[in-house]
Design a protein around this ligand. Structure first.
Ligand code: MF3
Ligand code: CO
Ligand code: CO
Length: 278
């Protein structure tokens, strides 16, 4: 059985209970999401051959500090950085370091800024210089899969409709969906109910209700879906070492559809679209 609860009414939540947020939550998420998106926009100009990902981490840290925000990942479960940088065959949770980015790399930057206690969680792909045609296709399909998911993120549908939309799109292009990481509810908590699987069967799962706030963050691989975690305990890579891409929005379900909290103010969310326009 699925139960829902007014998010503002309960501070300690039982597992399996899905919080429904009101105007206060949506207002908080709008602010946090906008600041996260602004930071991801600013990072665009730093992603270049020769730049180490530690520079991106520093830029995000200073941006957060200067704007009254806290990076949610800093000291989260022992993680010590302001963002994740996942390059090429890294699926997610790549740790920023001193190694320089190289022409042709594709990097996902995943950032969560906390503003007034609300978490804005988003990630995007950043091509480093010229990238291969197959990397471009992977990024296009990954963004198309998120777009397909957003189309069905509305009352009357279920979490399974979201997963099915992503899986159908990606597998239709002979790519695969990573199973080991999921989208998640968020708000005053970084990770909350419900889990949002990026694969599944239409019509199954949890019915979407106005007030639900969660991320959709598909990870799509050119090869097989399987991942392994490196010995640092964080970095997830494709087992077959094929390229992986991801993009993520934080959204809220409304009466008629969804509100995207992490839209790029500069129209830079999809690098394939913003590059074509430039
Ligand atoms: N931002 C990631 C997400 O989308 C979580 C990163 S946790 C970290 O849920 F510790 F790896 F940074
Ligand atoms: Co994220
Ligand atoms: Co997330």
């Amino acid at each position: 059985m699925i139960t829902f609860v007014d998010a503002s009414a309960q501070s300690r939540r039982k597992p399996g209970v899905i919080p429904l947020h009101g105007e206060e939550g949506f207002a908080g998420m709008r602010k946090a999401g906008a600041l996260t998106a602004q930071a991801l926009d600013i990072l665009t100009e730093y992603v270049e051959p020769g730049v180490p990902t530690s520079t991106l981490d520093k830029v995000a840290y200073e941006f957060a500090r200067d704007n009254g925000a806290i990076p949610a990942t800093l000291f989260y479960r022992g993680y010590r950085h302001s963002l994740c940088t996942s390059i090429n065959h890294v699926v997610c949770h790549g740790i920023p370091d001193e190694r320089p980015l190289r022409e042709g790399d594709i990097v996902n930057i995943d950032l969560t800024l906390v503003v007034d206690g609300w978490h804005g969680d988003s990630s995007r792909m950043y091509p480093v210089g010229e990238i291969s045609r197959k990397a471009e296709r992977l990024i296009e399909v990954t963004y198309d899969s998120l777009e397909a998911a957003l189309q069905v993120a509305k009352p009357g549908n279920t979490t399974g409709d979201i997963g099915a939309a992503i899986q159908t799109l990606a597998e239709g292009e002979r790519m695969s969906v990573v199973r080991d990481f999921v989208g998640h509810g968020l708000g005053k908590l970084f990770h909350d109910e419900p889990n949002i699987l990026h694969f599944g069967t239409a019509g199954t799962g949890i019915p979407l209700k106005p007030g639900m706030i969660f991320t959709i963050e598909p990870m799509i691989n050119l090869g097989k879906p399987h991942v392994k975690i490196l010995s640092d305990g964080w970095t997830a890579v494709t087992r077959d070492r094929t390229l992986s891409a991801q993009c993520e929005h934080s959204i809220g379900i409304t009466e008629t559809g969804c509100e995207i909290f992490t839209l790029s103010p500069g129209g830079l969310f999809n690098p394939m679209k913003s590059r074509a326009a430039a």
